[in-house]
Ligand binder design. Structure first.
Ligand code: SF4
Length: 206
C-alpha cells in the first residue's frame, strides 16, 4: 500500500482542475522541470467516471503539452475503442508530470522516474483524483501501479486485481508503450490481453 493515503498531501484538497493545472505549470518540487519543455497535466472531463494514469509524458507529450498523444497514446486509443470505452469520457494523466529523459544525439530517450520523483509529484495526482472523483482508476505500467497501489504491487502478477479505496476502485494493467516494444505474435496477443483488461475495467463502471 502507498506510504501516504490519498488526498493527505497539503494544498491540493478543494482545488479545481484549472487551479491545479495552473499551479502545476510552475512546479519545481523536483528537478525534472529543468530539462523538460513543460508540465504535462492531465486532460479529460471534470467529472470523468474513469481515470487512466500512466507513468510520465513521453517525447511527443512533452512537446505537445498533452498526455497520451504519442505512439503509446495512439495504441491506447485503439484499445479503448475495442474495449467499448470512449476516450473523451476518460480523464487521462500520469503519475509524473514532467518528461524524464536521457539525451542521445538528437534523440531524448525515456528514463523511468525514481521513487523520489514520483513522491514529489504525488500531490498533483492526488489533487486530480480529488477534483475529478472517478469511480474507477486504472494504472498503466509498474510506475503508476506502484504510485497508486503500493511499492510491492507487481503488474506482471497482479494486473486486473481490484482494490477498493476512498470510494474508488483501483486496478492496474500494463503500459501500452511496453506493447510497442514486442514483436508479433507476442505483440498481438499482448494487445488482446490489454483490451481485455480495459474491458474488465469498463465493467467496473456498471
Ligand atoms: S515532475 Fe512533478 S514534482 Fe517534479 S517538477 Fe514536474 S510537476 Fe513538479
Amino acid at each position: 500500500m502507498p506510504d501516504q493515503p490519498l488526498f493527505e498531501m497539503a494544498g491540493v484538497e478543494g482545488r479545481t482542475l484549472e487551479e491545479l493545472r495552473d499551479a502545476a505549470s510552475t512546479c519545481t518540487n523536483c528537478h525534472l522541470y529543468q530539462d523538460a519543455t513543460q508540465t504535462v497535466f492531465g486532460k479529460g472531463p471534470q467529472r470523468a467516471r474513469l481515470m487512466i494514469v500512466g507513468e510520465q509524458p513521453g517525447d511527443k507529450e512533452d512537446l505537445a503539452g498533452e498526455p497520451f498523444v504519442g505512439p503509446a497514446g495512439r495504441l491506447l486509443d485503439r484499445a479503448l475503442v475495442e474495449a467499448g470505452i470512449e476516450r473523451q469520457t476518460v480523464y487521462l494523466t500520469n503519475a509524473v508530470k514532467h518528461f524524464k529523459f536521457t539525451p542521445r544525439g538528437k534523440r531524448r530517450i525515456h528514463s523511468t522516474p525514481n521513487a523520489e520523483e514520483i513522491k514529489a509529484c504525488r500531490p498533483w495526482l492526488d489533487g486530480e483524483m480529488a477534483a475529478v472523483g472517478p469511480a474507477v482508476v486504472v494504472a498503466l505500467g509498474a510506475t503508476a501501479a506502484k504510485a497508486l497501489l503500493g511499492a510491492s504491487f507487481k503488474v506482471t502478477r497482479q494486473r486486473g486485481e481490484v482494490v477498493d479505496r476512498d470510494g474508488m476502485k483501483l486496478t492496474a494493467t500494463v503500459h501500452p508503450s511496453s506493447l510497442l516494444r514486442l514483436k508479433d505474435p507476442e505483440r498481438t496477443e499482448a494487445i488482446e490481453q490489454f483490451v481485455a483488461d480495459l474491458r474488465a475495467t469498463a465493467a467496473l463502471l456498471d
